[in-house]
Design a protein around this ligand. Sequence first.
Ligand code: TXE
Length: 485
Amino acid sequence: MNTSYQLFIDGVWREGSDGKRVPVINPATEEAFAEVSWGTVDDANLAVESSQKALSGQWGTWSPTRRGRFLLSVAAAIRRNTAELSALFSKEHGKPPHQASSEVEDAARYLEYFGGWANKLTGMTIDLGQGQLDYVLREPLGVTVHIAPWNYPLDIFCRSVGPALAAGNTCVVKPSREISVVTLALARLFQEEGIPAGVLNVIPGPGTVLGKVLTEDPRVRGIIFTGSVATGRTVLQSAALNITPVVSMELGGKAPSLVFVKDESELDGPVGGAVGAMAWNAGQSCGQRARWYVRRDLYEPFLERLAPRVRNLKPGPATQPGVDLGPLVSKKHYDNVMNYIRLGIEEGARLIAGGGRPEGVGEKGYFVAPTVFADCHNGMRIVREEIFGPVITVIPVDSIDEAVALANDNSFGLSSEIWTSDLTTAHLVASKLDVGHVTINGSAAFGFEVPFGGVKLSGLGREGGPEAILAYTRLKNVWVKLGHG
Ligand code: TXE
């Protein structure tokens, strides 16, 4: 396997301008398994320059159909390389193989969805009366900058690069410090499928330095950001300098799940959902169901069923068969999540499962035991703040109105869920939740064909679905006086 990765700028693999390289750590072993070149301000400038040049080069002559076919060919290449990409991904991120390959599949699906859109974008004509022709052109934005996080790096790369390229833009991608080499491996597939130089640049490097330079560059005409609220605010300030359009900004969440099933016989679904909230990506998901509001008569039965299933979850390295959840992505993040677990205990929550480092994983690796806190309330920080790990909080409620009020009592508004077999309750609650995404009796539809994004501090804009691709375009109105005199 390749153990040395370089920046991808202007169609060429190259070292950073100052030659610096940083180690790539496997979070399950805490050992470096590769090195990656570290981009500089000069490299960022070169990347933007090449992306700008590419707009009027060969790329500009590609028809929408050709762009769409190209994205479909990259999607096929991703599928052909699933095993290699997933193995690298597991090593860099820690995801168990089934979770890594699922995300590789998601990456291909995004490119297929947006590849299909490339030749379906249209402008329009507007009737202004006789002797006049008015038409509206739909054009690409131009150079777009994509600042990606570490939790779903392949998925998030393709959900924004896919529509950007489909609409004819060029892209500069800055992956996160924690996860960059799998993104570079993905970029290699774009190169092998024949992307013209400069259309896609991938430049790992220091977030605060490169992020600032890229988002403050006047040549950049679209910013796509996924990350924390604090960094999101900084990016908005940078965008304000040149009034650069912010296509979308996804800033995390603290999703509520409301359990209002008929009786105990229907608890399997929500209990399974709560287990998944801790196991999938070790809880490092913006849509993680982190707050469980359970009707009081179902509360103890829910916890009784949940506890043994959580204790049965197997944390471990991706190389071990049968692992349900991997380590957290970095030491910094591990310390952060462990601090929240200590805080939960201090705040007086009742520990039902987990609560620290799991048994049987040894001393190395950033493993956290799936942790359930019961008897919580909305005043606790573990209920209010995004922990972003395998930790959930459970709260008893007396009525659906109380559950909705508590669910909405949070500064985030990304995702949410309700469990009920009562149709009226399901749709009424869906209409009252102050979020961008509601699921009923399960968790799915986080993108591809449907819009995904948040309200309040969870951000702005949508990824997935038709609205997403329109946001990567701008409108130009053209008026013509017909005839003379
Ligand atoms: O985020 P950052 P971090 C949340 C989650 C997590 C916390 C911190 O709670 O624990 O954020 O994660 C780049 N200008 N989410 O530290 O710093 C940075 O290099 C421009 C939720 O990873 O926001 C990286 O590429 N960019 C979230 C990206 O921003 C800058 C997913 C995100 O990093 C920059 C990830 C700057 N000044 C974390 N500084 C979600 N929405 O799901 C850094 N970056």
